[in-house]
Design a protein around this ligand. Structure first.
Ligand code: TRP
Length: 447
């Protein structure tokens, strides 16, 4: 077998992993969660969760991936050869990647659709009700969503087929700086709007009375989703990280950029919403209905609307690339398919599930699970449930199953970087993170 590919540079690793993390979750899910759940107070809780649970779990996934050099299933098999059940975490992750991809590509399809509309200046002069009716109409269409989802999945597969260095890394290194640049331009524009201060106040003013058990689980779900944790995607990327890379600093850089982008997104959204007197709560409607309408009222609106949807498309793309890479690596390593075949099969499977997900949004559709559309069910099952459990099991694996000496050997690059801080990280992984995740999970059921 040919030697396994790896990322070529530190910036490449960070761009790819941050590309996975930074996605639709940051741009329009985080601001809405924060705004509705106590603003700055939510943010403080969120930061705590990122540091105490997100970062240690990210380090754990990287260690598992790099130590084994394998896909999520193969990784657990290699690291715990005697007890087969651990590879269940890997299977769950690969399976869950598909579920997330399906609803993720549904939303990405709307993004492509809106990008097309903003290119032809379709939104110009339309009022909110018309854009809303149009968006609801899109949900009930059959072919238009299928077309835009198809385009999106095709582009994702195109990058994956090219491989790790020439595909994932190369495109992440271009797209992530573009994404950051667009967000800065939008943030500056937003901050110059008349009610910017009021909007930022709503976004960041802490209201601790809103922090309940439910908010904690929301913050945990948001953090895991946003950081792409708990489903083996970062194990996959970890297997491409060079042996001499410092895993703590890489994981830290990814957590910081992910959080920074989420805040910047809030800085874009809230001043605009307040200036035009909109309650910034509903997620999809905010991004696909309210914002195009708001942009149209601003000077230079055509340009800002266009780059906003470009931003959403890029954010979605680099994340879906990572989600598709996990099953592709699984198929190449465990079932010995070529990369090309593995990509084509996975892309087709994703496309089918994605079409079911988007068709489940038609009025009166029979495509329902426990009364929810397949689309919402996929979101809920994967984000609230499978991801958190996957994350908990992964961290338990590192803390309690893998030998401490093996973990430390990998984590300190064979003893070449210092142990000190890494002992604290091990303590968090072994005791604090699993207890905290369990408590938050239990609180969810007490509500
Ligand atoms: N992190 C992405 C976002 O914020 C979504 C995502 C990409 C993801 N890859 C993932 C979520 C892997 C969980 C697991 O939008």
């Amino acid at each position: 077998m040919s030697k396994k590919e790896s990322f070529g540079s530190k910036f490449g690793i960070i761009a790819a992993a941050a590309g996975s993390a930074i996605g639709l979750g940051n741009i329009y899910r985080f601001p809405c969660e924060a705004g509705a759940n106590g603003g700055g107070a939510f943010f403080i809780v969120y930061l705590g969760i990122v540091l105490l649970m997100g970062l240690p779990l990210m380090v754990s996934e990287f260690v598992i991936g790099r130590r084994s050099g394998k896909n999520p299933v193969g990784a657990f098999k290699a690291l715990a050869p005697a007890s087969k059940s651990w590879s269940g975490i890997g299977y769950m992750g690969v399976f869950c990647s598909f579920l997330i991809l399906a609803f993720y590509c549904t939303v990405a399809g709307w993004t492509i659709d809106s990008l097309g509309k903003s290119i032809i200046n379709y939104y110009h002069g339309l009022d909110k009700d018309t854009i809303l009716a149009d968006f609801n109409g899109l949900m009930n269409e059959t072919w238009q969503p299928i077309l835009s989802e198809g385009i999106f999945i095709f582009i994702t597969a195109f990058v994956i087929i090219k491989g790790v260095k020439q595909g994932i890394e190369k495109y992440s290194k271009i797209l992530m700086p573009v994404l950051f640049g667009i967000l800065i331009v939008l943030a500056i524009k937003s901050l110059t709007l008349p009610k910017a201060a009021e909007g930022i106040g709503f976004f960041l003013k802490p209201d601790f009375s809103k922090i309940t058990g439910k908010v904690l689980i929301n913050a945990l779900g948001q953090a895991f989703f946003s950081l792409s944790l708990g489903m083996g995607v970062l194990i996959t990327y970890g297997s491409y990280i060079a042996k001499n890379d410092n895993l703590t600093s890489t994981a830290f850089a990814v957590c910081v950029s992910d959080t920074l982008i989420a805040i910047l997104a809030g800085i874009v959204i809230f001043p605009a919403a307040f200036t035009f007197g909109i309650q910034p709560e509903a997620g999809n409607e905010l991004a696909f209905v309210t914002l195009p309408m708001l942009f149209d009222k601003m000077a230079g609106g055509y340009f800002f609307c266009l780059i906003f949807f470009l931003l959403l498309t890029i954010a979605a793309l680099t994340s879906s690339i990572s989600l598709l890479e996990a099953p592709v690596l699984f198929l190449t390593e465990e079932l010995h398919l070529s990369r090309k075949k593995a990509t084509i099969y996975s892309a087709i499977a994703t496309f089918v599930l994605c079409v079911i997900s988007s068709e489940s949004l038609h009025d009166g559709t029979p495509l329902k699970i426990f009364g929810f559309s397949v689309f919402s069910a996929l979101d809920m099952i994967s984000s609230n449930f499978l991801m958190t459990i996957g994350g908990l099991l992964t961290i338990l694996f590192i803390g309690w199953k893998m030998k401490k000496s093996d973990f430390m050997d990998e984590y300190t690059n064979g003893g070449t970087i210092s142990m000190g801080l890494r002992k604290i990280m091990y303590f968090i992984i072994r005791f604090i993170a699993p207890v905290a995740i369990t408590i938050i999970l239990i609180t969810q059921f007490m509500k």
